[in-house]
Design a protein around this ligand. Structure first.
Ligand SMILES: Cc1cc2nc3c(=O)[nH]c(=O)nc-3n(C[C@H](O)[C@H](O)[C@H](O)COP(=O)(O)OP(=O)(O)OC[C@H]3O[C@@H](n4cnc5c(N)ncnc54)[C@H](O)[C@@H]3O)c2cc1C
Length: 299
């Protein structure tokens, strides 16, 4: 780790040591991360991965941490954040934006140019890169409907590659990035529809109001805990299983929306994991439906 820190200092790559995991994930749980690195551009990313290739240090890539839970034991490697890679440009109906930008920012920029298509993404608290990784979606919209192409860094070959929508292998809450961890999204280009600026804003406002009304946004969470099982709704199954309000330590099945596990205060990563396991077991026993967890647990 010392060698990596020396390398980061020499190359003037921004980093922080011993960072509280609660700052890194939207659930506000987890132990400390040994190192958090924030490369500023592609050159720094290439240099960083060139170095990591030749050492044994574990690393994980995070966007906004809104779909991950950091272990209570912390993470003894390097957390790489692309938060500095967020510049954007608009060319007629195309928005090109850095992977570290928030989805909300991407939607707001599009709106300010009267471009429609990203309204659904406005309330999703993830990054553009994390949104592509998850094929994030809401209210009938999905990243796969608007992504034209993305620029990725391939850590195996040290090359920057351009992938089109088809290459991404999109499916419900799935992209090829989930299998090909060597691909890191650097930039995305969204193909949008020229529309009326106020109409786009109005649609965003309606969706925001729906989120506020239906979701327990006053508590830390990672959004919907489970993927939608084919033919069912996860929240309804959990509610029907009598689990609304069910609590393990500080983690609870939200009373407002049973699809959300929330941090009621003082939850640990272990509380969340135990609750997730209990929900899956109970729903399987009662309805013979397997709930697939959408959240990633970082050990
Ligand atoms: C209150 C709340 C509401 C939510 N609502 C929704 C919703 O409506 N719809 C929905 O789909 N999701 C929703 N989510 C979940 C979450 O916001 C999305 O899954 C989002 O896409 C995750 O993005 P992120 O940047 O936070 O990813 P992270 O949690 O940081 O990372 C998730 C995964 O993506 C990978 N990743 C991140 N950036 C990159 C990159 N540049 N290149 C390659 N891989 C990358 C990470 O390595 C990790 O494996 C919600 C979450 C919360 C807390």
């Amino acid at each position: 780790m010392k060698k990596l820190i020396d390398f980061l200092k020499e190359n003037k790559i921004s980093f922080e040591e011993n960072v509280d995991g609660k700052r890194l994930c939207s659930f506000r749980v987890g132990g400390r991360a040994a190192l958090v690195i924030k490369p500023a551009d592609t050159a720094e990313i290439k240099a960083l991965f060139g170095f990591l290739k030749n050492c044994e240090i574990r690393y994980i890539l995070l966007g906004k941490g809104s779909n991950v839970v950091i272990s209570d034991m912390g993470f003894d490697g390097a957390v790489i954040l692309l938060s500095e890679i967020k510049s954007w440009s608009v060319d007629y109906d195309k928005l090109s934006i850095g992977a570290g930008a928030s989805l909300s920012n991407a939607a707001s920029v599009a709106q300010s140019f009267g471009l429609s298509g990203l309204e659904f993404a406005h309330g999703i608290p993830g990054s553009v890169g994390g949104g592509i990784y998850m094929n994030a979606g809401a209210y009938g919209g999905e990243i796969c409907q608007v992504l034209s192409s993305c620029e990725c860094y391939d850590t195996d070959t040290d090359e920057v590659v351009h992938l089109n929508n088809f290459d991404m292998g999109f499916a419900y809450r799935h992209s090829i990035l989930q299998e090909r961890k060597n691909l890191i999204v650097l930039r995305a280009t969204f193909g949008l529809t020229v529309s009326d600026l106020r109409e786009v804003r109005d649609r965003m406002d309606v969706l925001r109001a729906q989120r506020l009304e239906k979701q327990p946004l006053e508590y830390p969470s990672a959004g919907s805990t489970f993927k939608r099982p084919e033919g069912y709704f996860a929240a309804k199954l959990i509610d029907d299983a009598g689990l609304k309000g069910y609590t393990v330590g500080g983690a609870q099945v939200s009373d407002k929306h049973a699809g959300f596990v929330i941090n009621r205060g003082g939850a640990t990563a272990s509380d969340i994991k135990q609750l997730v396991d209990y929900i899956q077991k109970t729903v399987k026993e009662k309805f013979n439906v397997s709930l697939e967890c959408e959240i990633e647990f970082v050990e």
